[in-house]
Design a protein around this ligand. Sequence first.
Ligand code: AMP
Length: 575
Amino acid sequence: MVDSKCVVMPTLFKALAELCERLEGISRRVISVNLVADFLNSLESDEVEPAVSMILGRPFTKWSQQTLDVSWATLREIIRRITRVEWKVFLEAFNKTGDLGSAAKVVFESCKVKRQAVLFDKPLTILEVRRSFEAIAETFGYGSKEKKERLIEALLSLASPLEAKYLVKILIGEMRTGFNEGLMEQAVSRAFQLPLETVKKAGMMLGDIGTAAALIKTEGVGALSKIGFQVFRPVKLMLAQMANDVAEAIKEHGGQTAFEHKLDGARVQIHKLGDNVRIFSRRLTDVTKSLPEIADIVKEKVKAHEAIIEGEVIAIDGEGHPIPFQHLMRRFKRVHEIEDIAEAIPVRLYLFDILYLNGESLISLPYIQRRQILAENAGGIPLTKHVITDSVNEAERFLKEAINCGNEGLIAKRLYSEYTPGIRGKHWLKIKPILEPLDLVIVAAEYGYGRRREWLSDYYLAVRDTKTGEFLVVGKTFKGLTDSEIIEMTKRLKELAIKEEYRKVYVTPKIVVEVAYNEIQKSPKYRCGMALRFARITRIRDDKTPEEADTIQRVREIYQKQFLKKGNIRVQNSI
Ligand code: AMP
């Protein structure tokens, strides 16, 4: 006889979907944190990480190399096939809600066809959903597109309208419940009754809050003291805040600081164990295949058996001068037959930090000591140029030199600061000499005219609103991209298309571009009341996610600052 107490019922995906639906409607953070904490407490150990990831809108852990690669265009066709609902129902719902998941729910509700879920009454569990995601991610090679579609179709066929809403949101990576990683840390802290700092630290070390929560659940809090770095598991990157000028950086860092050239390339975190080297990008994806010569150089030069080091990879011309960033991005995208492109676009590595060496974490050591250890272990790989100074004049000269060498500016590093993974704090301050370009997300595009009539060449650019999670348009531009980039962009945007209105195509906010502009103005043209003047795209930031795009709050800040400067000029003129 089976003891009924021992039979563990797997948690249904329906429960997770209902939780997310409640979170969407709650504005008080403590209430949502408590709800999630209770939910985490009710889960079995193996359900914790998948549930945390999914509530945050991720199919897998943050550091996972698995990706679903499902476009909205594909998903749309699958939903149409399953539901056989007239598409105008979807468009109306999307216009009303502005959200793909919610619109999918409406379509599922309108579906009169008896679907598998109804026929077999087989409810989806959280673990089954995770297994489906894994199967989708593992599909590649010949015939993979069809196989992927079949797997997604099978998954969605089992879903109720509410479940479909959240599956769609996870599949396309747009959760938008407002429940972010910071709140999840609070929920985990509450669920397992641990200090928030302990939970944050565990998340940082393991590179993922879900992995940390699962470890606490299975092994208890004692396991946290044993967490350390593990080579080949990337660690979240330390990031920099903006400073207006070198004087501000010196002051902020207590009168003296280390300035380093800020190279205009791509951040890499390199893990080495014996002869094995793996390179992770800023988004912590494995890019080793795209940069074989960098892996070789580290293997050859870095003598340490085990190390995690960081630096910037830049593209260079025949004379070794840095060349524009978009060339480098072409290198990052290529994973097959890379010899030709490696010859056409040579790259160079500059190192600037070391996090781990032969079994020892170095992140608690002060910056100057880490830099010293890095220099001793770099084996001749160049480090970023740096000076330690308390003089504004010297720092300004160094900034000019950095710009003249084709770099972006400087990064000031507090001499006695630790390496803080995942934190964009004041220990690192970036200084760029001109009006800081903005990283914006393309949310719609229009077909051009004349030669460009077949291309989506006019782009609507949006910032994030951190309060609501919405993307708000602040400008429009057809300037900056080359013809071949526009052709490629057209292809990508069509894949992301949500709806078309005459010549305008609305897209899922996925693509981030860096945009230069002359001024920010108050303007009634866009809903947010701000508009960029003379916006032009300076590069496509495939290394950034929409969550990393600039915010409306930042745009308002820059607006205020320009206003102040103009005020000063007027005062000076009048003297
Ligand atoms: P941003 O991408 O504008 O937030 O600026 C921070 C980025 O500057 C880092 O993530 C690195 O990719 C890059 N960077 C370039 N040079 C350095 C340096 N010397 N130290 C740290 N980061 C650098």
